[in-house]
Design a binder for this molecule. Structure first.
Ligand SMILES: O=C(O)C(=O)CO
Length: 279
């Protein structure tokens, strides 16, 4: 048990961001990793030029890295936004325009998990209206994911850092997972269980693992406080990952932490090099 048994991947939207996007896959590979994940890399546009998509695919292929998770377009993230799909008007339209583009890109690199951030509450808009729009858009996203044999992830964030995001607990995110599956009948919507966000919310992590592992499609980690590498905070991440494994989780564990005051390549000392390549 312990870190030895896990399949780690590196989040290239939070680690290696000191490098241009197209250099990050090779940097992760040089650090010993074979799997990576990304937030939507083109925050200004849900529909980048074909050449940009091809260049990213080439960078992933040339580095020998497998993309194992991709966020749909989520507005300005990093930035004030936390998704677009529940935000009426232009942002929802941008999310819709992104669905097939993101799914086709994921298919082109054999990526099997698409993460759909829900979006912030908007002043003056009835939350029920936002939730209705969200369900419509999530159903479209789940169908697109299904078309390419992928799962659709729904993530809980943390309230202190995302005060306008409505899914700030595991039960809230899982309730949306259940609604999407009930609406599509596809069963491919899953919970993205991020131990950092949930611990920031003060949730009982062993209880969350016990209750929701069966509905979990992806896991992400960072230590708390600080969102740094394992060992920089107080979380028993090794013990929590053991619990997840015992509860039946065999999927990816995304390293979604900040390197801090050092180059990203120096932030993996907690994980022996021999355990970085996915098996
Ligand atoms: O914004 C974040 O913190 C995320 O985890 C996005 O996936």
């Amino acid at each position: 048990m312990g870190y030895t048994d896990q399949r780690f991947n590196v989040n290239l939207s939070i680690l290696f961001t000191e490098l241009p996007l197209l250099e990050r896959p090779a940097a992760a590979a040089a650090a010993g990793f074979t799997a990576v994940e990304l937030w939507w890399p083109w925050i200004e546009t849900p529909t980048p030029d074909r050449r940009e998509l091809d260049a990213l695919k080439k960078a992933l292929d040339d580095a020998g890295t497998q993309l194992v998770g991709l966020n749909f377009y989520a507005g300005q993230l990093p930035g004030p936004d936390r998704g677009a799909l529940s935000v009426p008007g232009e942002e929802s339209e941008r999310f819709r325009a992104n669905i097939e583009v993101a799914a086709d890109f994921a298919a082109s690199v054999d990526c099997k998990a698409l993460n759909a951030l829900y979006g912030n509450r908007v002043d003056g808009v009835d939350p029920a209206v936002q939730d209705e729009l969200a369900l419509e858009n999530l159903v479209l996203a789940a169908r697109a994911a299904d078309r390419i044999g992928a799962i659709l992830l729904i993530e809980a964030l943390n309230k202190p850092e995302s005060p306008r995001y409505p899914l700030v607990s595991a039960p809230a995110a899982v309730a949306v997972v259940d609604k999407v599956n009930a609406a599509t009948g596809l069963g491919n919507a899953k919970f993205l269980l991020d131990l950092y966000h949930l611990s920031m919310n003060g949730e009982d992590l062993p209880e969350v693992i016990e209750n929701y592992t069966a509905k979990t499609g992806h896991v992400q980690i960072a230590d708390n406080p600080g969102r740094g590498a394992p060992g920089t905070g107080d979380l028993d991440l090794e013990g929590l990952l053991d619990r997840l494994r015992k509860a039946g989780y065999e999927g990816w564990v995304g390293l979604e932490y900040k390197a801090g005051d050092r180059p990203s390549a120096e932030s993996f000392e907690w994980l022996p090099r021999s355990q970085r390549a996915a098996n």
